[in-house]
Write a protein that binds this ligand. Structure first.
Ligand code: NAD
Length: 503
């Protein structure tokens, strides 16, 4: 029998264990996948101290950007060579169906990492500014690293989120402490392993595994952490902001969503049906940008719904390692029970469950955290299911009469992460996109994530952006340096105070 792997923490260039351990169990079978060191606040403190010492010592930030890029590129190349292994690891720990994990969880992560590394060599770390009038002076605007960055990562796309945080932070010359979610840490451990092996100096990248409030909470309130990048729920995001408020820090928050998918009357119905299903059900709806609200015009409602129900019946709920599986398990029993409770509440509030709504029947589903893909109709904006993030395979269908009403419904939640528009008329769709409160809008598509697109939300979905062409801006701060070239006093501001007599 193969031994179960045990994952360690990485602090100041050393792999270390703790006296307490977690079990990582498959959400599909509840089998033991790995064990994991359970760190505490003292490990968070040690990691921040190591990161701070490495930053102050300065070897990494003094390394020329092209050499930093070469180290990062070596790690990304190694991860690419190991992509099949990473896919399997991902499926086992967080239950993503392999046909999704391969292109999205791992494929997209690696493509984005490669893009981020390529950016470093093109990034302008230093630029001259215009000559200053009336005094002859030259200016230099430098973009410098911020210091110790804390990166807190969720379980649903751990490698993507870890990479978006760690690679630009390191590329800019910062030191990092990363904390993955204890339910899905393994691909993050491999990212750290490959970066270390590529030649990062000790202390520049540290990994601490442990409870959210214990380790994550300590990291975000630590006075030596200068930048926090957190991805997770809006509820915890509020806690992060509270804890971080003891000092001034740079903050990027990527939080929850309740994204609206608006079908216009002129949409290509078959394409929109498939798109709506993918938006809501991919990875069992456990994606921050899931299209969990479908807004249908009265004129299309019944015909669209009939096709949607036909289509959802074809989804295969099975072992996520099986390449034919569409729907795998949810991450945990409590998340599944939460999703079921949201559906029950919707029913009690007058909505209709027209497909699914329960746990699939059969011996295969006795272990693991399964839920049927579920379609709920006659949903109105006042219902819990219309405004609360379910994070499960549940699509809330709502009707609208006019486009203005669709906009009002779409913008009517506290969230503002993503939105979608389906129309044959690009201009109409673009005009509607401009009215939607969302960080990302897809037109006739969903989850298109090219690496140069900035990702993030507005309102309670977060602040700041990740990924994209400007990701290094989030990990650098500007310093303005000006050099007087005139050699004299005339025209300078200080001559106003000292007067003409000054020597
Ligand atoms: P969560 O907020 O419970 O946990 C996320 C991470 O924060 C984990 O590593 C966890 O250990 C840590 N954490 C928990 N409590 C903490 C605390 N008090 N202080 C610091 N860190 C703490 O998130 P979840 O419910 O497990 O994940 C799903 C949520 O994440 C959903 O709301 C989803 O929308 C959101 N999410 C958002 C994005 C995005 O890009 N906007 C991406 C993925 C997931």
């Amino acid at each position: 029998m193969q031994a179960v792997p045990h994952a360690l923490m990485h602090i100041d260039g050393k792999w270390i264990d703790s006296t307490d351990h977690y079990e990582v169990r498959s959400p599909a079978t509840e089998e033991l996948v790995a064990t994991l060191a359970r760190g505490g606040p003292e490990h968070a403190d040690e990691a921040v101290a190591a990161a701070k010492a490495a930053f102050e010592e300065g070897t990494w930030r003094a390394t020329p950007p092209a050499e930093r890029a070469a180290v990062l590129r070596q790690a990304v190349n190694r991860l690419m060579q190991r992509s099949q292994e990473l896919v399997e690891m991902q499926v086992r720990e967080n239950g993503a169906p392999v046909r999704l994990a391969e292109p999205l969880h791992i494929g997209t992560s690696l493509a984005h990492l490669r893009y981020q590394v390529d950016l470093v060599e093109r990034y302008c770390f230093e630029r001259p500014s215009a000559m200053v009038s009336p005094v002859l002076a030259a200016g230099l605007i430098r973009r410098e690293p911020i210091g110790v960055c804390a990166a807190i990562v969720p379980w649903n796309f751990p490698l993507v989120h870890a990479g978006w945080k760690v690679v630009p932070a390191l590329a800019a010359g910062n030191s990092v402490v990363i904390k993955p979610d204890e339910r899905a840490p393994l691909t993050v451990v491999e990212l750290v392993r490959e970066l270390e092996a590529a030649g990062l100096p000790p202390g520049v990248l540290n990994l601490v595994t442990g409870d959210g409030p214990q380790v994550g909470g300590r990291l975000v309130e630590h006075p030596d952490v200068r930048k926090i990048n957190f991805t997770g729920s809006t509820r915890v995001g509020h806690d992060v902001v509270r804890r971080a408020s003891g000092g001034f820090r740079h903050l990027t928050l990527e939080l929850g969503g309740k994204s609206a998918n608006i079908v216009l009357e002129d949409a290509d119905v078959q394409t929109a049906v498939d798109g709506a299903l993918f938006a809501a059900m991919a990875y069992s709806g456990q994606i921050c940008a899931a299209g969990s609200r479908l807004l249908l015009p009265d004129a299309l409602h019944d015909a669209f719904l009939a096709r949607l129900i036909e289509r959802v019946k074809t989804l295969r709920i099975a072992d996520p390692l099986d390449p034919l599986t569409d729907i795998g398990p949810l991450i945990s029993r409590d998340r599944r029970d939460h999703a079921l409770a949201c559906v029950s509440d919707a029913r009690a509030q007058g909505a209709r469950v027209v497909h699914g709504g329960g746990i699939p029947s059969g011996p295969r589903y006795a272990q693991g955290h399964w839920m049927e893909p579920t379609i709920v109709t006659e949903v109105t904006p006042d219902m819990r299911i219309a405004h609360e993030e379910v994070f499960g395979p549940v699509l809330a269908v709502m009707r609208y009469r006019t486009v203005d009403e669709a906009v009002e419904i779409a913008n009517g939640t506290e969230y503002g992460l993503a939105a979608g528009v389906w129309s044959r008329d690009n201009q109409t769709a673009l005009d509607l996109a401009a009215r939607l409160e969302a960080g990302m809008v897809w037109i006739n598509d969903w989850y298109a994530l090219p690496p140069h697109f900035p990702l993030g939300g507005c309102k309670q979905s977060g602040i700041g952006r990740e990924s994209g062409a400007h990701s290094l801006d989030e990990y650098t701060q500007e310093k303005a340096v000006s050099i007087d070239l005139s050699g004299g006093v005339e025209g300078k501001l200080y001559s106003l105070l000292l007067g003409a007599e000054s020597p």
